[in-house]
Design a protein around this ligand. Structure first.
Ligand SMILES: C[S@@+](CC[C@H](N)C(=O)[O-])C[C@H]1O[C@@H](n2cnc3c(N)ncnc32)[C@H](O)[C@@H]1O
Length: 262
């Protein structure tokens, strides 16, 4: 990684990425419409803020870790990662690479993180690109692949998970934080209320019902936890126990897998 904040673009290899899928194009359009409101909307949710903090505690990155923040959006996971490395591990060597398809979201992450000591020390890299084919990324690069609330936007989980497998080091771990679309009754009730409430708030902010609906509904369509764990297994990840932590009585789930060493 170079000594200053790096940036590269995903346009390098458009043929290998699934950029023609309707869902992908629609989600990209929705995030462009939503980008400037995103941080206020998300940080206004105490539950989401607490859940993301809990995720980083469960991830518990090691000192010197190479961290991939996939579908980084405005950079929440990266900020948490460095705060954890500073506060818990007292580590100054770890690095983060933020990847996102949407240039408007990534521009906000760059603005937010560029003045930090982590960026000034050359420990942050930004890549505009698709999770299904990360441009210019060698295999066996990362210790941790983290994706907060990004997978439900992606039309081809299998391709994305296989690309995650490729870029992780043997023994490296993948963490996917998602809406839990499973069957816990309390979770279903709260989730349903939360979705309706957030749909309304989002619509007020972006003043565009169609865009707000795309964002809210893509979360609803995510597979149930056992089905997504099966997708991870099919992509080759080793899974322990159920393969996920259910959070807040089934509102969110953190999926965990390991790239086998051989
Ligand atoms: C709900 S936001 C999550 C952002 C951030 N991870 C967070 O927790 O706040 C979803 C992000 O996924 C990105 N995204 C959607 N499809 C993608 C893909 N195929 N490859 C990379 N990023 C993608 C969107 O551009 C958007 O920034």
């Amino acid at each position: 990684m170079a000594s200053d904040t790096n940036s590269s673009t995903g346009s390098a290899d458009p043929t290998s990425s699934d950029l023609t899928s309707n869902k992908q194009v629609e989600m990209d359009e929705a995030y462009s419409a939503f980008a400037t409101e995103y941080d206020d909307f998300h940080r206004g949710s105490l539950l989401l803020t607490l859940a993301k903090k809990e995720c980083m505690r469960l991830i518990s990155p090691k000192p010197g870790a190479k961290f991939l923040d996939m579908a980084a959006g405005t950079g929440d996971a990266t900020e948490q990662f460095f705060e954890y490395q500073d506060g818990v591990n007292h580590d100054t060597d770890s690095t983060a690479t933020l990847v996102d398809l949407n240039s408007d979201m990534l521009a906000i992450a760059k603005k937010r993180l560029s003045d930090t000591k982590w960026a000034k020390d050359g420990r942050i890299e930004f890549i505009e690109g698709n999770a299904d084919h990360i441009p210019g990324m060698p295999e066996d690069t990362f210790d941790t692949y983290c994706c907060y609330l990004g997978m439900h936007n992606m039309p081809n989980h299998d391709k994305v998970l296989r690309e995650a497998m490729r870029v992780l080091k043997p023994g490296g771990k993948i963490y996917i934080f998602e809406v839990d679309t499973g069957t816990w009754y309390i979770g279903r009730l709260f989730r349903s209320l939360l979705f309706h409430f957030r749909h309304y708030i989002l619509m007020m902010r972006v003043k565009n019902w169609a865009m707000a609906s795309r964002i809210i509904n893509s979360g609803r369509e995510f597979p149930s936890p056992p089905d997504f764990v099966q997708e991870m297994k099919d992509a080759g990840f080793a899974i322990e126990d159920t393969g996920y932590h259910s959070m807040y009585y089934g509102i969110f789930a953190l999926f965990i897998g390991t790239k086998p060493t051989k």
